[in-house]
Design a protein around this ligand. Structure first.
Ligand code: BES
Ligand code: MN
Ligand code: ZN
Length: 503
């Protein structure tokens, strides 16, 4: 969708629908909403008096205009209570409005005011970014494989600002919001794609094309190279699949920085990219197994975030790894009871071939030590148990470094992509002790989440590290996520971009 900003008077703007807003409890209308109300002879005030519209967050009302208006409709969107209003509320209001506009078949071009840049107290640039993010994320449509087209919603939007001096800030905000939305869209597409079409080699091909477009360096390691490097734990997971494993490595450097001129310690992002997880020999039940096409949601978030980081030209070195395999049962597959030694020289006993995410991360976390990272953050759809603990409101955060943990929590707050800190008690280690190897990959049912983090920690090599268990965040079957339609959420992209800005 095209989004642009213009200077003007919204009551005189030609569009299929105008969008204005209202804080809950406000009875005297000001600003653009007041101007539209006056031009409509008090129609909005009337809706407020009848209590048919209260300004509650998440609600909308539709009005039809008469004589003298260029636009036939006005959509009112509720901003909620003013004291609770923040950037995330602005994103959500934009998203609620966009979803309402999509339902109106006759709306192709809409005009909107900024949400929260007046009485809401937001800076124009931040408000414009939030508006762009919320609008573009809400109107996402997954790749379609059918003969009839689905309606995508409006094809163009204009932000109308009365004060022309604010236009440059608004344009900058829109550009940033668009860069974020492109990264989130890419992540959602990777997750949505069916597993017969998106497998490790295809994921790598798409990452390479994206890297060439936005100016990232991209290297893809194949199985031969990984074998030479001793990444045998990762390769064990891939043994049952006919699709070869790939390790995608994307590198972003600030403008002008080269390997020769700078040894800046990079922020390293690592994503679990299991393009389909059947469980392997420890096979999963058939019901809902199709959803395991989303088991590369961590890798999708990392590749999507790298795209946005490059588009925004963020001034720090970042390396993103997508660790891609398919976990299948087969005569050649690895087994429960196997013991494998990987790139770090540390060994792991396989108790369940379905606990495969921690195995591929083990070798990836060994591999990244060579970068001398400032910090390493891994994102993985690792355990069903994290959803039992936190539902789909937050991802679990495990960290061995306080500063990194604080930075992640701040990024979560700024992006609205929530994280909740989980414990890393040393005693959890007892549960992954193996009789023959250094660790085993599965523990008692009672500590599934913590033991998985302890297993991964065992393979880190001294750098600050955090593990985000995003299993309950990447796919939303309920359509309950305000910023996305049901299905792939793209969780993690905006969080990682915020982290990169601030850490
Ligand atoms: N990919 C799954 C975790 C998962 C479950 C993600 C549900 C999204 C929704 C992971 O590989 C897995 O199978 N985990 C097991 C671990 C167990 C065998 C220790 C689990 O959570 O049951
Ligand atoms: Mn699994
Ligand atoms: Zn998995």
């Amino acid at each position: 969708m095209e989004l642009q900003a213009i200077q003007g008077d919204i009551t005189k703007t030609d569009a299929d629908c105008l969008v204005v807003n209202l804080f809950a409890g406000v009875t005297t209308l000001g600003g653009a909403t007041g101007a539209v109300d006056a031009a409509l002879d008090g129609a909005i005030s009337f809706l407020i008096r009848t209590q048919d519209f209260t300004g509650e967050a998440g609600t909308t009302a539709l009005l039809y205009t008469k004589n003298g208006f260029a636009a036939p409709r006005v959509l009112l969107v509720g901003l909620g209570k003013q004291e609770k209003f923040d950037l995330h509320a602005a994103r959500k209001a934009a998203s609620v409005a966009a979803k309402a506009l999509r339902r109106l078949k006759g709306v192709n071009r809409f005009a909107t005011i900024l949400h929260g840049a007046g009485a809401g107290g937001l800076e124009a640039q931040a408000a414009a970014q939030a508006l762009a993010e919320g609008t573009l994320l809400a109107l996402y449509q997954s790749p379609q494989y059918r003969r009839e087209e689905k309606r995508r919603g409006p094809s163009a939007g204009v932000i109308v600002e009365f004060d022309g001096e604010r236009l440059p800030q608004i344009e900058a905000g829109v550009a940033a919001g668009q860069a974020l939305a492109l990264g989130v869209k890419a992540a959602r597409d990777y997750v949505s794609e069916p597993p017969n079409l998106l497998f490790p080699a295809e994921f790598a091909r798409r990452a390479e094309a994206m890297a060439a477009e936005v100016g990232l360096q991209c290297t893809v390691l194949g199985e031969k190279k990984m074998r030479e490097l001793g990444m045998n734990i990762l390769l064990a997971v891939s043994k049952g699949s006919k699709r070869a494993a790939k390790l995608i490595i994307l590198e972003h450097r600030p403008a002008g920085q080269t390997q020769e001129t700078s040894e800046e310690a990079p922020l390293v992002l690592v994503g679990k990219g299991v393009t389909f997880d059947t469980g392997g020999i420890s096979i999963k039940p058939a019901e809902n197994m199709w959803r395991m096409k989303s088991d590369m949601g961590g890798a999708a978030a990392v590749v999507g975030a790298m795209e946005t980081i490059a588009r925004l030209k963020l001034p720090r070195r970042v390396i993103g790894l997508a660790v891609c395999v398919e976990n299948m049962p087969d005569g050649k597959a690895f087994r429960p009871g196997d013991i494998w030694t990987g790139i770090t020289g540390k060994s792991a006993e396989i108790i369940s071939t379905d606990a495969e995410g921690r195995l591929i991360l083990a070798d990836a976390l060994g591999y990244v030590a060579q970068y001398n990272p400032k910090a390493v953050v891994d994102l993985a759809t690792l355990t069903g148990a994290i959803g039992v603990a936190l539902g789909s409101q937050a991802a679990g955060l495990f960290a061995n470094d306080d500063a990194l943990q604080e930075a992640l929590l701040a990024a979560a707050k700024a992006s609205g992509e929530r994280l909740w800190p989980m414990p890393m008690y040393d005693e959890y280690k007892d549960e992954i002790k193996s009789d023959m190897a250094e660790v085993k990959n599965s523990a008692a049912r009672t500590s599934g989440v913590a033991a998985s983090a302890k297993f991964i920690e065992h393979f880190t090599e001294g750098y600050p590290w955090a593990h985000l268990d995003i299993a309950s965040m990447v796919w939303d079957q309920s359509d309950g996520n305000p910023l996305s339609p049901k299905g792939a959420t793209g969780y993690g992209v905006r969080l990682l971009v915020e982290l990169t800005k601030a850490y």
